[in-house]
Design a protein around this ligand. Structure first.
Ligand code: B12
Ligand code: SF4
Length: 249
């Protein structure tokens, strides 16, 4: 069993930045469970100081996610892991937008949607126990270094239908009082200052059935103290014909 530590690049001292656990570890872990199996990889999400997390969990691999304003934290996390000989995968909005900022402490960057790429990386690690540049060259959607040179593999296509993506494994991030539910990836508009359209490609909606399954899973697995759901689609009302509103009543 290999141990993977998921950490967000956030200020460990900021209550605001740690208020809502992120969903990316839950999506990645759910897909690992589905495609590799739950008994081969122990995925753990932790917050707080990276040094404490590395000490208590002793991971084989560190997986970090970062937005641009917080990239300094990602650099710090990666350095702390590297000093202990732990390989580092970085993903999320920042590295996907500016892959050339991959630091020497980061073994590999995942560009764009992560579910499939992460499974390929985990299969590689299970097989070889290292992220060798020779092997990384065969996986789509990556940035990495070989002999000091930054290399990129071909882009990975996004998963065609959201309904194919396993529901996030919320048990690994904890069930808070609020539940974020993603009803779509992408946006149908193209505001020049915004990354969403370029990042997620053409907008993909989840089916009403998929969303209801997620709400039901949430209600079944944990008592809800306050019935509060947050809809995470950038522009939720933009496709009223999709039927979300009717079916939620
Ligand atoms: C929800 C959200 C928030 C919530 C987060 C709540 C939570 N903790 O879940 C709140 C309101 C707190 C928030 C705050 C901020 N946000 Co925000 N947020 C979003 C939003 C709408 C969705 C993010 C999300 O959870 N998506 C769902 C998950 C599954 O997607 P994901 O995180 O991208 O992960 C996928 C891939 O990126 C990849 N991946 C991600 N990480 C990793 C790591 C590894 C190792 C691998 C392999 C793969 C991988 O795989 C995942 C599955 O496919 C996005 C816009 C969007 N639609 O994407 C903006 C967005 C990410 N936020 C943004 C920003 C700037 C911020 C703030 C800095 C704003 C501010 N000034 O304070 C803060 C910083 C928060 C922080 N410290 O990280 C920007 C980032 C731009 C950039 N260049 O980096 C975005 C893109 C909005 C925008 N259009 O500009 N945010
Ligand atoms: S998510 Fe909002 S800001 Fe970004 S492209 Fe869509 S409408 Fe514009």
């Amino acid at each position: 069993m290999i141990r993977v530590l998921f950490m967000g690049a956030v200020d460990p001292m900021s209550a605001d930045e740690n208020k809502y656990p992120p969903l990316w570890p839950a999506y990645l872990a759910a897909n690992v469970d589905k495609q590799i199996g739950p008994d081969k990889i122990d995925c753990r999400f932790m917050s707080g100081r990276i040094e404490d997390a590395l000490k208590s969990f002793r991971p084989d691999v560190l997986a970090v996610s970062s937005v641009t304003p917080n990239y300094d934290y990602a650099i710090h996390h990666a350095r702390a892991a590297k000093q202990r000989g732990i390989p580092v995968i970085i993903g999320g909005m920042h590295i996907s937008s500016l892959p050339e900022t991959l630091t020497k402490d980061m073994d590999v960057g995942c560009i764009g949607e992560g579910e499939e790429t992460f499974v390929d990386l985990m299969n590689l690690y299970l097989d070889k126990g290292v992220f060798d540049p020779q092997d990384l060259s065969g996986i789509k959607g990556l940035v990495y270094r070989k002999d000091g040179t930054l290399l990129r593999t071909p882009d990975r296509h996004v998963i065609e239908s959201i309904d194919q993506i396993p529901h996030p494994k919320r048990s690994i991030i904890g069930y808070g009082r609020r539940t974020y539910v993603y009803t779509a990836r992408g946006c149908q508009y193209k505001c020049t200052f915004c990354i969403c359209n370029r990042y997620w490609g053409k907008i993909r909606y989840a089916s009403p059935q998929y969303i209801l399954e997620e709400i039901e899973e949430r209600c079944r697995s944990h008592q809800i103290f306050r019935r509060e759901f947050h809809w995470q689609q950038r522009t939720f009302g933009q496709n009223s014909r999709h039927g979300y509103f009717r079916r939620y009543q």
